[in-house]
Design a protein around this ligand. Structure first.
Ligand code: DQA
Length: 145
């Protein structure tokens, strides 16, 4: 089974971007550990990042009838994008939302997530380990279905 991992805007800067909030690991580090962990669960990953909302919509649409699950950290689009919510609702692929930081301990505008309306669940506040937890959650969901 293939799991799509989608990362939104500014996550390409991971490692140098506000490391006190987001950690010192780069996105390439996150990808490498996600790939290794996925393999241990018998899963394959497709790992994507873009600063452009439409790219995220295209990748989500492309997961339809092809991917067994989606891990999504939509970055700031989490809090603004009805288009990403609609894409997740359209494809009917189980999705787990991830945030590196604990969004509920931060500014009020980060407390609301459009992605949460379509996600099976949400993991936040555990840094890059959140991606590993999300893969574990999806592996269980896929096996149970
Ligand atoms: C984030 C949280 C968002 O509020 C922020 O805009 C990001 C990263 C996180 O992973 O903690 O870009 O999604």
């Amino acid at each position: 089974p293939i799991i799509l991992i989608v990362n939104g805007p500014n996550l390409n800067l991971l490692g140098t971007r506000q490391p006190e909030l987001y950690g010192h690991e780069t996105l390439a580090d996150v990808e490498a550990s996600a790939r290794t962990h996925a393999a241990s669960l018998g899963l394959e990953i497709e790992f994507q990042q873009s600063n452009h909302e439409g790219d995220l919509v295209d990748w989500i649409q492309g997961a339809r009838q092809r991917c067994a699950g989606i891990v999504i950290n939509a970055g700031a689009y989490t809090h603004t994008s009805v288009a990403i919510l609609d894409a997740l609702l359209a494809v009917q692929v189980p999705a787990v939302e991830v945030h590196l930081s604990h969004i509920h301990q931060r500014e009020e505008f980060r407390h609301h997530s459009f992605v949460s309306k379509a996600a099976k669940g949400m993991i936040c506040g555990f840094g890059s380990h959140g991606y590993i937890l999300a893969l574990d959650a999806l592996a269980r969901l896929i096996r149970g279905s």
